[in-house]
Design a protein around this ligand. Structure first.
Ligand code: PLP
Length: 441
């Protein structure tokens, strides 16, 4: 190495870099105590809300640590700390692109899938204002897509396609809806509430034949199914690290080369000008490591989760009379199990299961106590709709946890049914289909 070449720090960074003075007094007894308390809360819970978020894998966390306090350089700075950060960023960028099976040039880091979704929908609007531009999406999208569509109107015409009872979009209807003003079709790859997988390849074919771009929100697909982005003719795809045991606050958008995406966030020209702003190197490193682990362990993990998923579904169907799988006949990922336990409310079941973390729908709309828009879109019967729970199975779920959850849910549903007027009406032979239901709010 000659003197002009950058001298990167060796991997044992503790020996190489000075310790910033801020770190010396960081830990206090109070922090230790709070950490112990939090740990003991987490250790006494069974986590089955993996579609909402996953714990950061300890291996991911350890990879990120040096880039916070020791190797903190701005990746665009022209000095050794900057070069070290740039090298880590490039390595993480490659890990993500390799995992997606695409060129590194076509992957841009964002703050998460919400930003990627909004960037796709807004950034693709053609600048040519001569047409009344049109966007097509579905009624089972994540709120980040649906809310963005709401805001784009009336400047942009939006068609929200319905899904059929099995949760899948109708391809003929999609074809019929396309006009010569359509600039984008955005369809979720794997639904976050039901786990149902959309026919991406067929959608891509339609978009290609009609000559416009296809965006997919692949947040829940990453690490669950493999998507050949090229074969599916996907122009844009959204991802998030915290759904795959990476850190929160980082995601990515795949932008196929030749796709004219305008940035929402301009700045110092970082990431080919598509997303300005200082690159959050520790988070990128975490996302990269999460992808490395998925590449090595993903296939066996999906197999193991499939077995646990089958155990959960069989167990619950047997233990809870009249329970139903809300995504029964469709093609779905095993990680997400959405089930209805009629004659009691989903929220009441959740409140009763204090030591089990589950949800009744998307965490992003949990502040609204309305029935799930996804289950409504699938025309799920009202008394299943109100009583549904989403179980998420993940890397750290065990068979004994599944068995415990089955028995706890069965006991809780029975306890609530014993107090439920609906259950009493049902047992007295009243036809539940004739009941007129009102919306809760
Ligand atoms: N899209 C889907 C399908 C999701 O499940 C989520 C997260 O819940 C998002 C988008 C938003 O992801 P993020 O939290 O990274 O913004």
């Amino acid at each position: 190495m000659n003197d002009h070449e950058p001298k990167f720090f060796e991997s044992d960074t503790k020996k190489q870099t000075p310790v910033p003075f801020m770190r010396k007094n960081l830990r206090s007894e109070d922090i230790d105590k709070a950490e112990q308390q939090l740990k003991s809360i987490a250790n006494n819970l069974i986590y089955m809300d993996y579609p909402a978020t996953t714990p950061c894998d300890k291996r991911v966390f350890e990879k990120m640590v040096p880039y916070f306090c020791d190797l903190y350089g701005n990746s665009h700075s022209w000095h050794p700390l900057g070069w070290e950060s740039m090298q880590a960023f490039e390595a993480a960028h490659k890990q993500l692109a390799d995992y997606l099976g695409v060129s590194q040039r076509d992957v841009v880091f964002t703050s998460g899938a919400t930003e990627s979704n909004v960037l796709a929908l807004r950034g693709m609007i053609p600048s040519n204002k001569t047409k009344n531009w049109h966007l097509i999406t579905t009624n089972i999208e994540h709120p980040s897509i649906l809310e963005c569509c709401r805001q784009l109107q009336p400047d942009i015409k939006v068609t929200i396609l319905p899904v059929s009872n099995d949760g899948i979009i109708n391809l003929d209807e999609l074809s019929r809806t396309i006009t010569d003003e359509t600039y984008l079709v955005s369809v979720i790859a794997v639904n976050n509430e039901t786990g149902i997988i959309q026919p991406l390849e067929q959608i891509g074919k339609i978009c290609k034949a009609r000559g416009f771009c296809f965006h997919t929100d692949a947040t829940q697909a990453l690490g669950r199914i493999s998507i050949d982005l090229e074969k599916c003719n996907v122009s844009l795809a959204s991802f998030s690290a915290h759904k795959v045991y990476g850190p929160k606050g980082i995601g990515a958008i795949y932008v196929r080369s030749g796709t004219l995406l305008r940035p929402l966030q301009v700045g110092g020209g970082q990431q080919r000008g598509i997303r300005g702003g200082t690159i959050p190197v520790p988070l990128c490193v975490g996302f990269g490591e999460a992808c490395r682990i998925l590449a090595e362990e993903g296939a066996s993990e999906v197999e193991r989760i499939s077995e646990l998923s089958a155990r959960l579904v069989t167990g619950l169907l047997a233990a809870v009379p009249y329970s139903q799988l809300n995504s029964g006949t469709s093609r779905k990922v095993p990680h997400i199990v959405n089930m209805g336990f009629p004659y009691v409310e989903g929220e009441s079941i959740m409140m009763g299961l204090k030591d089990i973390c589950v949800s009744t729908g998307s965490a992003c709309s949990s502040d609204r106590l309305t029935a799930s828009h996804v289950l409504q879109a699938m025309h799920i019967n009202e008394y299943f709709l109100q009583s549904s729970i989403r179980f998420g199975i993940g890397r750290f779920t065990t068979a004994s946890e599944i068995d415990y959850v089955v028995s706890r849910v069965a006991t809780e549903v029975q306890r609530l049914r014993d107090m439920s007027p609906l259950w009493e009406m049902f047992n007295n032979g009243i036809d539940m289909n004739k009941i007129k239901w009102g919306r809760k709010y």
